[in-house]
Design a protein around this ligand. Structure first.
Ligand SMILES: Nc1ncnc2c1ncn2[C@@H]1O[C@H](COP(=O)(O)OP(=O)(O)OP(=O)(O)O)[C@@H](O)[C@H]1O
Length: 329
């Protein structure tokens, strides 16, 4: 599919709530990722980004449960409540994950070619080991590993951090997934290696694979993503096309995040801007608008949960009007 053709969803999450026995950690999150679309998910630490991704993949930690709905294109049942067997058949095949630490994803005792081949054999997308290994070498070439035929025989510890992360990406792409979820995939890499990895992710999602990309790095979202979702306190507070959200943010939290990421912006005393206060711990967020304890515009109205407003394309959850163009009044 070309990027200009009409979009259809690969992932539709509706009313996702993730909780422990006594605490809601993610609350009523709805989102959609279309085919060939790159969606960034941003927010400070503890805002619920990783738990949202884990709920989609059916990888929530022990003692944490999800309610709501998670639908993947072409799968006729809801992923929430699906059996582990059904989820395992989808993970690595239709939906895949790349996260920050490649060594956790790789088997230290197995040559990289076999790790890439294995995921094709497990999901039977290649008829035999010989063809899976040949396809694996091609994939290692596609993710620009140097001398792929030789590197394929290496063990993970013989590779650099950036090379290992490219092997993980090759494994994630091996079965041509519908949905690729990346959770801070480049945070541990140095800047040039990071740029190369992002280029590979961009190329991998140029056609039909949808991307959900979790990061703290707004510059990466600006260069990679089509749309961005902003989370705070377990809730989505704003979503829209990256250009619109970053140039005309509507939620005070998004404005704060953008100001805090702008290393050229200082306050009236010449200090770099940060969002005042700190993120409350899980379960400590206020009722009503979750951001109101840190928001300079908070008033009585904010004691009630704000409606989702704006347009279907660019929405936000805040009681206060934004000026045309999105700036604060
Ligand atoms: N297994 C768990 N049990 C209880 N609380 C948890 C558990 N896992 C995560 N949390 C809490 O849920 C909240 C959201 O965590 P999550 O990891 O999704 O945040 P995040 O936005 O991905 O943060 P980061 O950017 O630091 O990864 C945090 O307050 C975290 O402490």
């Amino acid at each position: 599919m070309s990027r200009s053709e009409p979009r259809s969803p690969v992932l539709t999450v509706t009313g996702l709530t993730v909780s422990t026995v006594d605490t809601e950690l993610v609350r009523d999150v709805s989102l959609r990722v279309d085919r060939g679309e790159r969606v960034g998910l941003i927010g400070e630490s503890g805002s619920g980004k990783s738990l949202t991704a884990s709920a989609v993949l059916g990888l929530l930690p022990e003692g944490v449960r999800a309610t709501g709905s998670v639908r993947l294109a072409g799968v006729d049942h809801d992923l929430l409540g699906a059996s582990e067997r059904a989820l395992a058949a989808l993970r690595g095949r239709r939906m895949t994950l790349v996260f920050q630490e490649p060594m956790t994803a790789l088997n230290p005792a197995m040559r990289v070619v076999d790790q890439v081949a294995e995921v094709m054999l497990v999901h039977r997308t290649r008829p035999d080991r010989r063809s899976a290994r040949a396809a694996a070498v091609e994939l290692l070439d596609r993710v620009r590993l140097p001398d792929p035929a030789d590197t394929a025989r290496a063990y993970p510890h013989q590779l650099s951090g950036g090379q290992r992360q490219r092997v993980v990406l090759a494994i994630a792409l091996a079965n041509d997934p519908d949905l690729l979820i990346c959770d801070e995939p480049t945070t541990a890499l140095d800047v040039t290696v990071q740029a190369r990895m992002l280029e590979l992710i961009r190329a991998a999602t140029a056609r039909s694979t949808g991307l959900l990309f979790i990061t703290h790095d707004l510059a990466v979202v600006a260069s990679l993503c089509d749309r961005v979702l902003v989370m705070y306190g377990g809730r989505l507070v704003e979503s829209g096309p990256v250009h619109q959200v970053f140039t005309a943010p509507r939620h005070p939290y998004t404005r704060g995040l953008l100001a805090a990421s702008d290393l050229t912006a200082t306050d009236e005393r010449g200090r770099l801007r940060t969002i005042p206060g700190s993120v409350p711990g899980a379960g400590q967020f206020p009722a009503g608008c979750v951001f109101r304890t840190r928001c300079d515009r908070a008033d009585q109205a904010c004691g009630q949960l704000p409606d989702w407003r704006g347009t279907p394309e660019h929405g936000h959850a805040c009681w206060h009007p934004t000026h045309p163009g999105g700036g604060a009044p």
